[in-house]
Design a protein around this ligand. Structure first.
Ligand code: PLP
Length: 217
């Protein structure tokens, strides 16, 4: 796959769902990918990227930012409270806010820094023990708490269980967002983004389908 192929598939999925052209942002997930692959996608004009670790992003993106304008970087992996300030300098959006303590730290640092990245709250739709995110039954209260902290909450994010039909999880996330008046839905990855678009995704996070398989060696 390549970026134009993915973009064409996104456009087709949007049209099939009867949604408006351009209503889905493609976050190119560049974690672990070698710099030459990332740079190739930058050269094609893409500017929205996702990383799942603050440290890795710090090592990679300041240099790209010097060379390319308008980079929009999204944190899609776990955030520790002690990395919040650092994440403010790197990311325009954080998709993984999943607990009260973290929300409070973000609110305090936003106050000190005078700005805050856009915020998505992660919901553990499959209620998997090893996965981050608030349980679906706690989502309404957590959304209310984050709004009371005046965080710029744009939407919800989920990562469905690997062995289940993802569309059920996308539908659940969409339902929770709708009843809380949230328009943003960060859902869908390389293997299931078309189904996520059918269920209303506004942000899809696609890595290997754009860049090729990740080599963790
Ligand atoms: C790695 C990752 C992705 C991208 O996964 P692919 O299957 O390579 O598209 C999306 N979302 C999150 C949270 C990830 O960690």
């Amino acid at each position: 796959m390549s970026l134009p192929d993915i973009t064409a598939r996104i456009d087709a999925a949007i049209a099939a769902a009867g949604r408006s052209p351009g209503c889905v942002q493609l976050i190119a997930v560049s974690k672990v990918q070698p710099n030459d692959r990332v740079e190739a996608v930058l050269k094609e004009g893409h500017r929205i990227f996702g990383e799942n670790r603050v440290q890795e992003a710090e090592g990679k993106w300041p240099a790209f930012r010097e060379a390319y304008e308008g980079i929009d970087l999204h944190l899609i992996g776990p955030l520790q409270s002690n990395k919040v300030r650092q994440s403010f300098d790197l990311f325009q959006c954080i998709h993984s806010v999943d607990r009260s303590k973290l929300a409070k730290t973000i609110a305090r640092i936003a106050d000190e820094e005078g700005h805050c990245p856009d915020i998505f709250l992660q919901v553990n739709t499959g209620e998997e023990e090893q996965k981050a995110g608030v349980a679906p039954k706690d989502a309404d209260a957590f959304i209310a708490e984050c709004r009371a902290l005046e965080l710029p909450v744009k939407g919800l994010m989920c990562i469905p269980p690997a062995d289940e039909e993802p569309s059920l999880h996308f539908a659940l996330l969409a339902k929770i967002a709708k009843r809380n008046d949230l328009s943003g839905l960060s859902m869908g990855m390389s293997n299931d983004f078309e189904s996520a678009i059918a269920q209303g995704a506004t942000h899809i996070r696609v890595g290997s389908a754009i860049f090729g398989e990740r080599d963790y060696e």
